[in-house]
Design a binder for this molecule. Structure first.
Ligand SMILES: *[C@@H]1O[C@H](CO)[C@@H](O)[C@H](O)[C@H]1NC(C)=O
Ligand SMILES: *[C@@H]1O[C@H](CO)[C@@H](O)[C@H](O)[C@H]1NC(C)=O
Ligand SMILES: *[C@@H]1O[C@H](CO)[C@@H](O)[C@H](O)[C@H]1NC(C)=O
Ligand SMILES: *[C@@H]1O[C@H](CO)[C@@H](O)[C@H](O)[C@H]1NC(C)=O
Length: 368
């Protein structure tokens, strides 16, 4: 089942703050390196948070590289992702980049600078795609936001693409489900009033799956309200209001893979002002995206019972509970989602890099 990540509702309004950030990053990078090796001495100063912030990535070469050209690039989107039509954005409004010309009209296929193919819409077409004529300079971009567990036939995509675009940090074009933004000045965060214990919103309920089994164990020890198909009804526009009343939110991923941290964390938990209890990749992986004291990981506990006990204690200890929100004085979670924004990330990337020869040889080996 595809998740429902990119509805118009969540299309982020990104401010062009990356320039400032790059500067800040370099100013702090040295102190951060020291800090990273001395993590136990962490304080709550803004520079301590740099590692969780998105950076201009190494993929783009030097962060100071000038734009490749002023020519307007044409990007052909091979299919609407999952058939979902959306309105292309003017990328210059989202990123510090010239606009690209986007089209889904395939008569551009011999003229486009790049072609974005969404895995779930093309995975059966490997052979046909391999036979298509293509311009020597044209770059094909493999795009996927689903986890490897929900990405069939990856082998058919080997030796076909020039660039990868996914939630994986080591993608050529990194398209995270969410990221943190540094506030220009510290701001107190007010925690929404809490009247309930634990919430979980789940649409793809698979009995016997790891997360359902964990939930079944957990609910023996602590009340958990489950929303979604087959459970308590919840409409999208009531999501934040509903979840914000809970002390904790189960941000349980449907499968465990490196960097696969989805809107369940960013949108459902963090944007609702609750503490995420995460089940997904290991804690170290989450800590590449978030401060360690912003979430609770199920792996931190020997059993669901022990986790439940910790949650009970925390909910009764206001001061300790509030500590999970201290980072919010400096950082704001923003949703990285919206198809229009993701394709603009490709536009941004292409404007900044030379079209040198590059092939993704074995996608199925990398995307696991
Ligand atoms: C993009 O810019 C053009 C020209 O300024 C404008 O006509 C168009 O409505 C804009 N599109 C969006 C989605 O904002
Ligand atoms: C696609 O582009 C071609 C060439 O520019 C044009 O003739 C055709 O009408 C376009 N098709 C659609 C559906 O817009
Ligand atoms: C893109 O990948 C294809 C298929 O592997 C390859 O033939 C082509 O030369 C590559 N193009 C560039 C610009 O790297
Ligand atoms: C890709 O990697 C997998 C796993 O190592 C291997 O089984 C397969 O043969 C490789 N395929 C190609 C085309 O290199």
């Amino acid at each position: 089942m595809p998740t429902d990540p990119f509805t118009e509702l969540w299309e982020g309004k990104k401010i062009s703050w990356k320039k400032l950030l790059t500067f800040l990053l370099f100013s702090f990078i040295f102190s951060f390196c020291l800090f990273a090796s001395l993590r136990q001495f962490r304080t709550n100063e803004p520079e301590d948070y740099n590692s969780y912030l998105p950076t201009e990535r190494s993929q783009t070469g030097s962060t100071c590289a000038p734009p490749k050209s002023e020519r307007r690039l044409t990007i052909l989107l091979w299919t609407w992702p999952f058939g979902h039509r959306f309105t292309f954005s003017n990328c210059s409004e989202l990123f510090d980049t010239p606009d690209c010309h986007f089209t889904t009209n395939r008569s551009w296929s011999q003229k486009a600078d790049a072609v974005i193919m969404h895995h779930r819409d093309v995975y059966g077409d490997g052979e046909r795609l391999a036979r298509l004529p293509r311009l020597p300079s044209q770059r094909w971009i493999w795009f996927n936001m689903e986890s490897p567990s929900h990405s069939p036939n990856l082998g058919a995509m080997n030796h076909l693409f020039n660039l990868t675009m996914s939630y994986r940090r080591d993608s050529d074009i990194f398209t995270p489900y969410g990221e943190l933004q540094l506030l220009s000045q510290p701001q107190p965060f007010s925690i929404p009033p809490k009247t309930k214990m634990v919430a979980w919103v789940v649409s793809n309920w698979r009995p016997g799956s790891h997360r359902v089994k964990y939930y079944e164990e957990l609910k023996k020890h602590i009340p958990v309200d489950v929303y979604g198909r087959h459970h308590l009804p919840l409409s999208m526009d009531m999501l934040h209001q509903t979840v914000s009343q809970y002390n904790f939110y189960l941000a349980f991923e449907n499968s465990q893979h490196e960097d696969y941290i989805t809107e369940k964390l960013w949108r459902n938990a963090l944007s609702s002002g609750t503490i995420p209890v995460v089940l997904g990749p290991p804690r170290e992986n989450y800590e590449h995206f978030l401060p360690p004291d912003s979430f609770i990981h199920v792996d931190d506990f020997a059993s669901a019972g022990e986790l439940a006990q910790y949650l009970q204690e925390l909910s009764r200890d206001t001061e300790r509970y509030q500590r999970y929100f201290q980072w919010r004085k400096w950082l704001k979670p923003v949703l990285g989602i919206g198809w229009a924004m993701q394709v603009c990330r490709a536009c941004h990337f292409l404007q900044r890099t030379e079209a040198s020869y590059h092939v993704v040889p074995n996608l199925s080996k990398w995307f696991v």
